[in-house]
Design a binder for this molecule. Structure first.
Ligand code: 1PR
Length: 578
């Protein structure tokens, strides 16, 4: 399983997923100005079978001065001089598509020919004999071994984030990745090193045990991590591949653990951009206090803290591990083709080579022209515009309510299930917008309570966190704990846990809330709302099991740079990608 959605090409995406708006989005992409006008350094053949996001791979190739040729016939695989295969989606459906299009044998022959090949994520896994994903599926059988789910006890899965490599042999491909550096992974299944595939293993990574992070035999290479999402270092890996600098040598390699103790999966720092139109109709990054984003003076306009694409670029340069865009007026029924976030994503993905999440308005709806969209179509349009993950807010609350009402039935029809099934759990983030509710006794609510260290206004000793919809405008009778556990059961891959009480306050994250939810689920939890200084990040990482922490106001107002947060984390021995 890999990252999300694509435009493109030879292999038609499923009609249900890319009907209407997404197809229009894809056409628009083709018509756009090329990223480079300088003479091309050469042509790269891209096997994009239309199941996920390969826009960043395209953008990385073009940024490096090469042009992309899409595979449109099976013959073009053998005719390629260099082939990149950024496998996306689920293992079973990827193999089905390759079989339907007659690409299995051409791919095997191409790899056997020894011409340059680069697989990414699922593009690595498919080289193996098979995978237990999708109920056990045969792969291309080029590398011996099976791909299996991460299975160590208490492991947070998917494995999402920046992790260190242990390089096993010296190759030009990874020559610019110093020991101890981190690259971006996102997957739930992995291959492991075995005696019969030892000759392929270029690098491994440790997450609940050692797994295969990169393989190489002569010119045939593949990475489980995403070079196109691993910042400048990752783009450099593509550069080495494209320029033919992949020669293996017998020089000794240095283990990451030999250069320091900061190894393993890093805790992530995420910059969040709340985006909406101001009263003049300009798209701005805004930020409020407890979700009120208007200036305090009478008739105050929406607070304007900058332009989305520029700020995303700035945070990327400062070292953000991910960038999230939340369309905070996504509850409005705009025609999808007018959704301003599509263009924000397209432009951001040209320069920002870390994961991009987009939220706001991911749901079934009928626009003002009477055109109906499914949540899957909306998500597909975002993926094909450059999003790696979509974040679902209000709709997740309605889905969870129905889930409990039905006694826990999963019928596969909900937005969460459909997007997860098509794009993988790691592409589905649930954005939770809860508010603290005090009670004197847990019996006063059906929702999970905690004994709080911050008693209520009337001395109440217990509280729960009430989920809201429509950007905090409406409270529902379901708690953050109940929402998160239902979403994990339905196939979500990550929880973005906001807190309306702490939003914009600068008093630190709500550890009681983050602790409650991160202990309740085994998918990654992103703590959000309340960061006021670098110490608040280390505090929440120390106090809870959250995998990442997100902030907005302190970054937008220039009070703290992301690099300062990272430096502080490093000084406190929190695993950090520098
Ligand atoms: O319900 O699926 O359409 O999604 C709407 C999305 O927009 C949700 O993810 C919801 O969280 C977000 N949203 C809606 N209204 C607001 C608002 O502020 N009026 N923003 C809003 C949510 C909260 C965080 C914020 C952190 C960190 N913003 O994302 O960035 O609290 O802020 P801080 O560091 O300054 O404290 P749907």
């Amino acid at each position: 399983m890999a990252m999300a959605a694509a435009s493109s090409s030879f292999l038609a995406p499923r009609a249900d997923a890319l009907a209407g708006p997404a197809r229009r989005g894809a056409r628009r992409v083709v018509a756009r100005r090329p990223l480079t006008v300088a003479a091309s350094k050469g042509e790269v053949t891209l096997l994009d079978y239309g199941a996920g996001n390969v826009r960043s791979v395209r953008n990385a190739i073009m940024k490096l001065g090469f042009t992309v040729k899409d595979v449109t016939t099976a013959d073009e695989i053998m005719a390629a001089d260099r082939l990149i295969f950024p496998g996306v989606g689920a293992y079973g459906s990827a193999m089905d598509i390759l079989k339907q299009r007659g690409l299995v044998d051409p791919l095997r022959e191409y790899c056997a020919s020894g011409k340059p090949f680069m697989g990414v994520c699922l593009g690595l896994q498919l080289l193996f004999d098979g995978s237990e994903e999708s109920g056990g599926v045969e792969g291309l059988g080029i590398i011996p071994g099976m791909v299996r789910k991460f299975d160590a006890p208490d492991l947070i899965v998917p494995h999402i984030g920046w992790n260190t490599l242990d390089v096993k042999k010296n190759s030009g491909l990874l020559k610019d990745v110093p020991p101890g550096d981190r690259l971006y992974f996102v997957h739930s299944f992995r291959a492991t090193p075995e005696p019969n595939n030892e000759d392929w293993i270029l690098a491994t990574c440790d997450y609940g045990g050692e797994f295969v992070a990169a393989v190489q035999k002569n010119e045939v290479c593949a990475c489980q991590f995403h070079p196109e999402k691993s910042g400048a270092r990752g783009v450099g890996i593509f550069k080495n591949f494209l320029e033919g600098n992949v020669r293996e040598t017998t020089d000794a390699v240095v283990k990451s653990s030999a250069v320091g103790t900061d190894v393993g999966l890093a805790r992530r720092v995420i910059a969040c951009l709340d985006v909406r139109s101001n009263d003049n109709g300009d798209l701005v990054v805004t930020k409020g206090d407890s979700y009120d984003v208007r200036e305090k003076d009478e008739g105050g306009d929406v607070r304007n803290l900058g332009k989305p694409v520029e700020l995303a670029g700035k945070y990327y340069e400062q070292g953000a591990d991910e960038v999230a865009f939340l369309n905070i007026t996504g509850y409005r029924d705009l025609p999808l083709t007018d959704a301003p976030m599509l263009e924000v994503l397209r432009r951001s993905s040209e320069t920002v080579f870390v994961p991009l999440t987009v939220g706001g308005g991911i749901r079934d709806f009928t626009d003002s022209n009477g055109k109906a969209y499914t949540a899957l179509e909306v998500a597909s349009a975002y993926f094909s515009s450059g999003a790696d993950k979509v974040s679902i807010g209000s709709d997740a609350v309605y889905v969870a309510e129905a889930f409990y009402e039905s006694g826990g039935v999963k019928d596969g029809t909900t937005s969460v299930e459909q997007i997860s099934a098509r794009y993988g759990a790691q592409a589905v983030v649930i954005s939770v917008d809860p508010r603290r509710v005090y009670v004197s006794d847990p019996s006063e609510t059906k929702n999970k309570c905690v004994a709080t260290n911050k008693p209520g206004p009337n001395g109440e000793q217990f509280c729960w966190w009430q989920c809201t919809v429509k950007g905090g405008r409406e409270g529902r009778d379901i708690g953050a704990y109940e929402l998160a556990t239902a979403m994990e059961a339905l196939g979500a891959g990550e929880i973005l846990l906001n807190c309306i009480d702490e939003d914009g306050q600068g008093n630190g994250f709500d550890h009681e809330l983050v602790g409650l939810v991160s202990d309740a689920v085994s998918i990654p939890v992103i703590a959000s709302s309340g960061a006021g200084c670098p110490k608040h990040f280390t505090d929440v990482f120390e106090a809870t099991n959250c995998s990442a922490a997100l902030a907005a106001g302190i970054f937008h107002r220039g009070e703290v740079a992301i690099s300062e947060v990272k430096a502080h984390m490093k000084s406190e021995n929190v695993p950090t990608r520098m």
